[in-house]
Design a protein around this ligand. Structure first.
Ligand SMILES: C[S@@+](CC[C@H](N)C(=O)[O-])C[C@H]1O[C@@H](n2cnc3c(N)ncnc32)[C@H](O)[C@@H]1O
Length: 201
């Protein structure tokens, strides 16, 4: 460990959940997992927030779902996963009455949902963030939270060289960010692969 890492670790006190085995298991199957850097930040940011209803798009191996559940134990969490085998695994990894995993597309779910959302956590398909947000907006009141991971898309969201191949991603991510910054007091943090956080205006 470098001196820098050791120094940072000494003062990072908010990482509520870490499971290296699960991280490796998920990543070995091509499912990326919320970084510790972001976990640390969320541990600080979400502490003591009055959040009752959470919708997460993209359960993967339920790593981020577990973190959200630990940070917000009183909240009802609905987590969407469109990949059936991952949905089955997620269910076995976190079994709690406050957490519901749903097999299906996040956009369709949000379109049908009637209950208000206090925190929308986006970690599904990046080119669909703009559609997720459009569907969720009518359910979000002033002060509701938006958190979206992987805004940089490992560089594909902004690299000029990848414009031709990833033009759709770049356009849609720009649409998402324009909408997010219009509707939320928001900021884009250069943590890991880019994290957007916002509170509804
Ligand atoms: C990066 S992984 C999620 C990782 C997880 N949030 C974590 O940190 O542990 C993204 C997941 O979103 C799922 N996904 C992508 N688009 C989706 C959609 N439109 N609806 C539901 N799930 C989606 C993928 O199948 C994949 O398992």
């Amino acid at each position: 460990m470098s001196d820098r890492q050791a120094f940072i670790q000494k003062y990072q006190k908010n990482l509520a959940y870490k499971d290296e085995e699960l991280r490796k298991r998920a990543e070995a199957r091509g499912v990326s997992v919320l970084s510790d850097e972001i976990g640390e930040f969320l541990g600080f940011y979400l502490k003591n927030k009055s959040i009752k209803e959470v919708v997460e798009i993209g359960s993967g191996y339920a790593y981020s779902t577990k973190l959200l559940h630990i940070l917000l134990p009183e909240a009802n969490i609905v987590s969407l996963e469109r990949h059936a085998p991952r949905y089955e695994i997620a269910k076995t990894l976190l079994n709690h009455p406050k957490v519901e995993f749903i097999l299906g597309d996040g956009q369709s779910y949000l379109n049908q949902r009637e209950k208000a959302i206090d925190l929308l956590f986006l970690d599904g398909s990046k080119p669909h963030y703009c559609f997720f947000l459009q569907e969720a907006l009518p359910l979000m009141k002033k002060g509701s939270f938006l958190i979206a991971d992987n805004i940089f898309g490992r560089g594909f969201s902004y690299n000029k060289e990848s414009e031709k191949r990833h033009g759709t991603l770049q356009r849609r991510m720009a649409t998402f960010l324009d909408l997010a910054f219009k509707e939320f007091n928001a900021t884009l943090l250069p943590l890991d692969d880019g994290l957007l956080i916002g509170e509804k205006k």
